[in-house]
Design a protein around this ligand. Structure first.
Ligand code: PLP
Length: 491
């Protein structure tokens, strides 16, 4: 016989009641709608010291149930002030990402369905929508029909899988079975990428046992593009001393300056030496949705694989990275491992997405991208990207006509690299670092920095759906006025 207390506790098991869920669901959606209407109410960059958030929250997990009202209260009082607002229209650091309304609704559905897209059978709609939406995006950016793909969480993970496929394709290496460590033949694999490539390329090489020694960084030209002559020379030198060149990672839209590597010439070299070509178009690939920008992916039809991140410039909430390859079979060869309990009756006629990478469980990410593309349409997405590129050109023009500033890279997409020119006795790096900190301290704009040709460089990256001309004008105004203030203080 169970005691009364035990019976009462059993009655409390299971899910919270649907009325509570509905009430708070409505409350949260209302709050989000207001938040997205005016994210600029908040300082874009969180104004908290390290540890400030944890110190306000219980260190011990609650033993007893808490009401939703108390939990949501903490979200408002503690969590929101600790956010850096990526939805803020003046978030212009790094590369922006947008929590777009259709994307948020897609996330909501995906969380509610909570399906695992590991096998076709574990949710046919998730697999088939992923295939469909990737094919839409492929058409939108103008890749040929021979490319198909898979959604990963990030470009870093996409590129890691590309490098794994490249390694799998090395004739006679058999790294899948033998691994790379302790081999008597001392497999010495070399990957090439530019000095401006994203750190994820090197991290992928580290993960896969290629090591940093297996990565050669090719110098760039005066527009930060990989120098193909140097690439070929490096390959030839390596061949002479017993390395196996196996992968080149070219970038369309590098992280610091958004430069575009000469993919057609790089593709020629890759074909000549039988090397896998992966293109990191995580940021720049989105621009190819514009007919007049298709050229940025020129030569990519000859790449073996390519990544483009809808969570950067296609207004998709974190996270969604689209990986494409003409050789998905090689990726499958590298990763497919099917234990008995994951075998299904449809294996011969469907794609089981777990076969194409490290992870088994997979979120239903395709849903949000499908909803975004349907909501805005290809034309609507293109128009937004086009407008952001116009705004970047406008900023570029202001910098070029202002003798107090210098633009440090061509503006190919929607990112502008610049610095204030130092006056007599001023240290340029120090001045620009102070300027960046002062502008960001206003809470009205968030810019980030990089270093170009050893110069401290300020980056203004326009990429949020809510950024408009007024916001950009204000950001430029803040740069100029804060520079004046710094000089007044120093005078
Ligand atoms: N590639 C490029 C060119 C990037 O700019 C970035 C990030 O900014 C990445 C890859 C990594 O992206 P993710 O955060 O999706 O891994």
């Amino acid at each position: 016989m169970k005691s009364d207390l035990e019976n009462r506790e059993l009655a409390d098991l299971g899910e919270i009641d649907s009325e509570t869920f509905r009430t708070w669901g409505h409350h949260i959606i209302d709050w989000i709608a207001d938040y997205l209407d005016h994210p600029e109410k908040y300082p874009v960059l969180a104004r908290v010291e390290p540890g400030a958030i944890r110190s306000q929250l219980a260190a011990l997990p609650p033993d007893d149930p808490e009401p939703m009202s108390a939990i949501i209260d903490d979200v408002h009082k503690v969590i929101v002030p600790g956010l850096t607002h990526w939805n803020h229209p003046a978030f212009m650091a790094y590369f922006g990402t947008t929590g777009s309304a259709p994307g948020i609704l897609g996330e909501l559905f995906a969380a509610a369905f909570n399906v695992n897209a590991m096998l076709w059978k574990t949710s046919p709609a998730a697999t088939e929508l992923e295939e469909l939406v990737l094919d839409w995006l492929r058409q939108m950016i103008g890749l040929p029909a021979g490319f198909s793909g898979i959604i990963y969480d990030t470009a870093s993970v996409s590129t890691m899988h590309a490098i794994a496929a490249a390694r799998e394709a090395v004739p006679g290496l058999n790294s899948r079975e033998l691994g790379l460590s302790g081999r008597p033949d001392g497999a010495r694999l070399r990957l090439y990428t530019s000095e401006q490539a994203h750190s994820s390329v090197e991290k992928g090489a580290i993960t896969l046992g290629i090591g940093q020694a297996g990565v050669r960084k090719i110098p760039v030209d005066n527009e930060f593009r990989m120098q193909v002559g140097d690439l070929e020379q490096a390959i030839q030198d390596d061949l002479k001393i017993g390395w196996t060149p196996f992968c080149v990672v070219a970038t369309v839209g590098t992280t610091s300056t958004t430069s575009i590597d000469p993919v057609p010439q790089i593709a020629d070299i890759c074909r000549k030496y039988n090397i896998w070509l992966h293109v990191d178009a995580a940021y720049g690939g989105a621009a190819a949705i514009l007919p007049e920008m298709r050229w940025v992916l020129e030569g990519c039809d000859r790449a073996d694989s390519l990544v483009v991140n809808p969570h950067k410039w296609i207004f998709t909430p974190m996270d969604l990275s689209a990986f494409y390859s003409r050789r998905m079979n090689v990726l499958k060869q590298a990763f497919s491992l099917v234990p008995e309990y994951l075998k299904t009756g449809q294996d011969a006629s469907v794609h089981n997405l777990m076969d194409y990478g490290v992870q088994l469980g997979r979120r239903f990410r395709a849903l949000k991208l499908w909803m975004i593309i349907r909501t805005y349409g290809r034309k609507g997405i293109a128009a937004r990207i086009r407008e952001q590129m116009r705004l970047a050109q406008m900023v570029s023009g202001w910098i070029d006509e202002n003798p107090g500033f210098e633009r440090l890279a061509p503006v190919k997409f929607s990112t502008v690299c610049f610095r204030a020119l130092p006056g007599d006795g001023e240290n340029a790096d120090n001045l620009n670092e102070r300027l960046l900190n002062a502008v960001n301290a206003t809470g009205d704009v968030f810019l980030s920095h990089t270093r170009l040709r050893d110069k401290f460089t300020i980056r203004m990256a326009i990429g949020n759906i809510r950024t408009d001309e007024q916001v950009v004008r204000r950001a430029w105004h803040l740069v100029k006025t804060n520079l004046e203030q710094i000089r007044q203080i120093s005078a």
